[in-house]
Design a protein around this ligand. Sequence first.
Ligand code: NZQ
Ligand code: ZN
Length: 385
Amino acid sequence: MENFIYDIPTRVYFGRGQIEQLKRELPAYGTRILLVYGGGSIKKNGIYEELRQIERETGIEIFELSGVEANPTIRTAQRGIALCREYEVDAVLAVGGGSVIDCAKAVAAGRFYEGDPWDLVLHWDRITEALPLLTVLTIAATGSEMDSIAVISNEETQDKMAMKHPVLRPRVSILDPSYTFSVSAYQSTAGAADILSHAMESYFAREEARLQDYFAQSIMKVCIECAPKVLEHPEDYEARANLMWAGSWAINDMLKLGHALPWSVHAIEHQLSAVYDITHGVGLAVVTPHWMEHVLKEETVDKFYELAVNVWKVPENSDRFAAARAGIQALRDFYRSLGIVSRLSELGIDETHFEEMAEKAARQAEGSYQPMTKADIVQIYKNSL
Ligand code: NZQ
Ligand code: ZN
C-alpha cells in the first residue's frame, strides 16, 4: 500500500427530511447564496419550493444559476462566476446531479480567478481558493457530493476534462434518497453503471490494498442488488438509499487510498461524452467489457478471477481465464438486464473521431492500471462499435 493522507471532511446529512438542516448550515456560510440547478427537475419534484421556504424562514437571499446542462460546460460556469461577482455571494448551493455539482465547483473556484476559468481545468495549481459549496444531491451516480473533482466540457475545443483540488470538496451535502424517486429508469441505471464503474476503476490497481479491494467489491454488490430493485419499484426507499450511499463512497477517496492510479475507462469514456454528448454512465457500460477483454492477460488475470468469483458468483475454476471471462460476460448480462445499450453505434457513434479521441484519452490515462497507447484505445473503440 502506498502512503496516503485520509481527509474526507464533507459533513453528510443522510435521510428523509434532512434538507431542514440547511436552515442551520446555510446561514453559517453567509447571507447571499448562489443556487445552482439544472433543467428544472427540482421544480417538478418540489425541492425548489422547499428551498424558497428555507429562504423565507432564514432571511438569507438566494440568487440563481439555472439551466446547467448534463455534461456541464465552462460557458455555463462563466455565467455563474459573473453572478457571484455581481451579487457578492458568500456561498454556492448546488441542487441536482453530478453535472450541477461539478458546474458549481467550477463556479466556486472560478470566482477567485481573474483569467479564463478553463485555465483552472488545465492547470489545477492555479486553483487557490473557492467559495464554500453545499449540495443537495438528487441522483445517485457520480459521487461529486463528496469528492474534490469537477468534470467540465469545453464545446469550442470538444474537450471534457476533470479538475481536482481539495478546496472543491463540498462542505455540506444533503443526501435524501426520496429525492431520487423521480429519476427516470434510464438515468437511474446510468447512475448505477457509473457507481459500479468507479468501484471497478479503483479495484483495478497495481498495488496491494486489501481493505480497499473488498470495500470496492461490496460497493459493486450493492449496485448489482439494488439497481434492478429501483427499476422495478422507483420508490423503493431502501434500494435508493443503498445506491445513494454507495455512490458517495465509490469515489470519496476511500477506495483510492494506497493505490491512486489514473482511471482507465473514464479517460476513454470522457472523450465520447465530450464529442457526442452521451450519458456518462451509458458510455462507461458500453466500453468497460471491451476494455476488460483488452487488458485481460497473465499479469491481470488474478484480479479478474477474484472479481468474477467474489462479485459475480462465478464458480471457482482451475482455468482462471475461463472464470475471468465468465465474470466479464456476467457484467455484460447485468447491463443488458438493466436495458442499457451495448454498442456505440446504438448511440449514433461511428469511427469519425476515434483517432483524436484516442489521442486525448491516452494522455489522460497515462500511468493507469495497464499501459494503453492511442492504438490500444482506438481498438477498444472499434470493438465497442
Ligand atoms: O437537469 P435536471 O432537470 O435536474 O435533470 C437531470 C438531468 O437531465 C436529471 N435528474 C437529476 N436528478 C433528478 C433528475 N430527474 C428527475 N428527478 C431527479 N431527482 O438527470 C439528468 C442527468 O443529470 P446529471 O447531473 O447529468 O447526472 P449525473 O449525476 O450522472 O452527472 C453526470 C456528469 O458528472 C460527470 C459526468 O462526466 C457527467 O458530466 N462526472 C463527475 C464526476 C465527479 N465530479 O467526480 C465523476 C464521474 O465519473 C463523472 O465523470
Ligand atoms: Zn464516472
